[in-house]
Ligand binder design. Structure first.
Ligand code: NAD
Ligand code: LMR
Length: 341
């Protein structure tokens, strides 16, 4: 049974549940923002042993909120137990980067987490299990987890670029002095990193081509290239700089929307952005966990095709793919890839 619109309860494992994004996510998940207001949820909170007591505190607060949809909440410091029977995995737990840190610095620190969790998922997760990896470097961590879970279809491991998608919508709306309700059709390609390609080629503003609307405002392709794309792609770093810490509530919101859209589907003819294992389309080698514009239907995701990719976009996408290949090589050298790799 798939959790799409289910009235039976769904088992959701949240890793890093005592961390910032975890804390921001679990209350909204228990309030219906993940699976809808008709679907009860059983939460399984995974933390490292040092933070398990703090996770107990989160569980206590969840109980204190007396949320009608929250059927149960349990705390674990053992991944195998936490993923036993799990249907949805929110893989958030990992160290965030701090000021001045590059995402590559996170590879060695975080990648090991996802091999262990991939094995745990392979051992005991439910047949309909689906995961979104939030912990950075998210695309490569999703690759690692999938490589250790050969019995779970690889496409069930995805990574979060919905936050980048939302950032692109918001910046486009700001530039055109409209609300996000008036913009549509943005797409994120590649890595959840500064190398990502933010694609406006099929975006619209009030139904008109976004590039034309921007041009009428004196914002040409040079502006898109030199201001808009870097603004979106470096927003994570900008938040760290301005807020003094990595994004939390916006990341939690995107995580909830990612799963909700995956399970409930995209609207007819409209796409979202998700990092998913490439099926070999659009020149992205098969298996590379890259962000794409995707349609979602019946609990599946499908990369949008056809999509015209001009020379400018191609060069940008290739740049991000090269970074993903480098990340893959780095984790391979660390011996972190599993049997499916
Ligand atoms: P945080 O430090 O507040 O929380 C992380 C939590 O993960 C901590 O409580 C820690 O104990 C726990 N943890 C660490 N290793 C674990 C393991 N092996 N199993 C279970 N839990 C474990 O960090 P945060 O602000 O919540 O960020 C979490 C991650 O999300 C970071 O890697 C951050 O860079 C990433 N992030 C991704 C996006 C995205 O769009 N993909 C956006 C924002 C943040
Ligand atoms: C973000 O995009 O906000 C996060 O991935 C944090 C970061 O390190 O950029």
């Amino acid at each position: 049974q798939d959790p799409v619109g289910s009235t039976q309860s769904v088992t959701v494992t949240v890793t890093g549940a005592a961390g910032q994004i975890g804390y921001a996510t679990v209350f909204r998940a228990a309030a219906g923002a993940l699976l809808g207001s008709g679907t009860p949820v059983r939460l399984r909170l995974l933390e490292i042993p040092e933070a398990a007591r703090a996770a107990e505190g989160v569980a206590m607060e969840l109980q204190d909120a007396a949320m009608p949809l929250l059927e149960s909440v349990d705390v674990f410091d053992d991944p195998t137990a936490a993923f036993d029977g799990s249907e949805v995995g929110l893989l958030i737990g990992a160290r965030p980067r701090s000021k001045g840190m590059e995402r590559a610095d996170l590879l060695a620190a975080n990648a090991g987490i996802f091999s262990v969790q991939g094995q745990a998922i392979n051992n005991g997760a439910a047949e309909n299990f689906r995961a979104v990896v939030v912990g950075n470097p998210a695309n490569t961590n999703a690759l690692i987890a999938a490589s250790h879970a050969p019995d779970v279809p690889a496409e069930r491991f995805t990574a979060l670029t919905r936050l980048d998608h939302h950032r692109a919508q918001a910046q486009l709306a700001l530039a055109c002095e409209v609300t996000v309700n008036d913009v549509d059709g943005v797409a994120i390609w590649g890595n959840h990193s500064a190398s990502q390609f933010v694609d406006l080629s099929r975006a619209t503003v009030k139904g008109n081509p976004a590039e034309e609307v921007l041009a009428e405002r004196g914002l040409d392709r040079k502006w898109i290239d030199e201001f808009f794309i870097p603004k979106v792609a470096n927003r994570g770093a900008e938040i760290i700089e301005v807020r003094g810490g990595s994004s939390v509530a916006s990341a939690a919101h995107a995580t909830l929307r990612h799963i909700r859209t995956w399970l409930r589907g995209t609207e007819e003819g409209r796409w979202t952005s998700m990092a998913v294992p490439s099926t070999g389309v659009h020149g992205v080698p098969q298996g590379v966990v890259s962000s794409f514009p995707v349609f979602c239907q019946d609990g599946d995701h499908r990369i949008v095709e056809p999509w015209e990719i001009d020379d400018f976009a191609r060069e940008r996408i290739e740049r991000s793919l090269a970074e993903l290949v480098e990340e893959r090589q780095a984790v391979e050298q660390l011996g972190l890839l599993g049997p499916r790799a």
